[in-house]
Design a protein around this ligand. Sequence first.
Ligand SMILES: Cc1cc2nc3c(=O)[nH]c(=O)nc-3n(C[C@H](O)[C@H](O)[C@H](O)COP(=O)(O)OP(=O)(O)OC[C@H]3O[C@@H](n4cnc5c(N)ncnc54)[C@H](O)[C@@H]3O)c2cc1C
Ligand SMILES: NC(=O)c1ccc[n+]([C@@H]2O[C@H](COP(=O)([O-])OP(=O)(O)OC[C@H]3O[C@@H](n4cnc5c(N)ncnc54)[C@H](OP(=O)(O)O)[C@@H]3O)[C@@H](O)[C@H]2O)c1
Length: 277
Amino acid sequence: MMDGGNTALNATLVNRIDLGRELAIVRVQPDAGEIPEFEPGQFLELALPSPPRPEVELATAQLAAGEQPRRARMTRRAYSLASAKVDRKVAEFYIVLVERGRLTPRIWPLVEGDRLWMDTQPRGHFTLDDVPRGSDVLAIATGTGVAPYVSMLRTYRATGRWRRFVLVHGVRVAADLGYRSELQQMAAQSSDFLYLPVLSREPANSGWTGLRGRAQVALDEPAVRDMLAASRSTGSTHVLLCGNPEMISQTQAKLTAQGFVPHTRQQPGNLHVERYW
Ligand SMILES: Cc1cc2nc3c(=O)[nH]c(=O)nc-3n(C[C@H](O)[C@H](O)[C@H](O)COP(=O)(O)OP(=O)(O)OC[C@H]3O[C@@H](n4cnc5c(N)ncnc54)[C@H](O)[C@@H]3O)c2cc1C
Ligand SMILES: NC(=O)c1ccc[n+]([C@@H]2O[C@H](COP(=O)([O-])OP(=O)(O)OC[C@H]3O[C@@H](n4cnc5c(N)ncnc54)[C@H](OP(=O)(O)O)[C@@H]3O)[C@@H](O)[C@H]2O)c1
């Protein structure tokens, strides 16, 4: 969590698509004209001025004549890029409203044309850089944790970057399945991509015929079991986990017991994680 810094607003919200009350796809255009080169899986920070604090207001009121007040402090948070690597004019993000959060309730009222701050430096190591070309990839997300995988799929689908890419997306109800139609369409068009949405709170009578429970139930799906089993002798499967930190700890414990090795910059492995909080 990042608070602070005196940073001028340098970007414009150019488009938002609300998926219900609490989820939005937000597109942001930098004044600089282009976002810097990034690798799918990286994030950019977004920020807005923090709400005024009474003690700062008082100090400002007491400034001597001619003294400049400090510029507003900013509340900054990280958001994974969902855009394809070639899309450099506008950065796309998939954001959930955290009702008691410090930044997202202030992003929510923004409309097209409103200003915000967007970092000029993409960051993070949750990328395919350390996943060899031609590997099997099992990508598991909860909620908005699907965003980095959308970027990877938009960028590398049908390029031979992986042998097979299985995406497991765990959300509460079907309405929370952001990017569902795009992902379904990709899966219908590509034999190397399998999309497995999993719903934890979908009403029993809704007509949903897919997987129910938490994301981990997908580990028992035949295609996933085969991928994991094959990896035991070859190490050929890389697992990516993104989103809810408890999902990550629980899945990581299960997979390390099966021989998967957490990837760090010091020790290469085949289990890569991105905790959102
Ligand atoms: C590398 C990275 C990438 C991220 N990418 C995204 C993204 O693409 N989309 C996105 O929506 N968020 C993403 N996040 C989370 C994001 O940075 C903020 O933490 C989130 O938007 C909440 O900010 P806030 O100021 O509103 O709440 P805060 O005041 O920071 O948080 C209040 C509390 O809410 C909980 N919380 C925080 N984030 C979430 C969440 N996403 N879902 C449920 N509970 C949460 C935590 O318990 C936290 O302590 C990412 C975080 C990291 C570290
Ligand atoms: N999306 C909504 O409809 C909604 C509604 C009200 C408030 N909110 C608020 O929005 C924020 C984010 O909500 P979200 O729905 O995007 O994210 P979330 O709460 O992390 O839930 C997304 C998915 O992750 C699952 N999950 C939770 N813990 C898990 C674990 N240990 N292992 C595997 N899966 C796990 C959830 O299952 P479970 O259903 O079993 O928890 C759900 O299927 C929260 O602050 C929440 O309070 C969201």
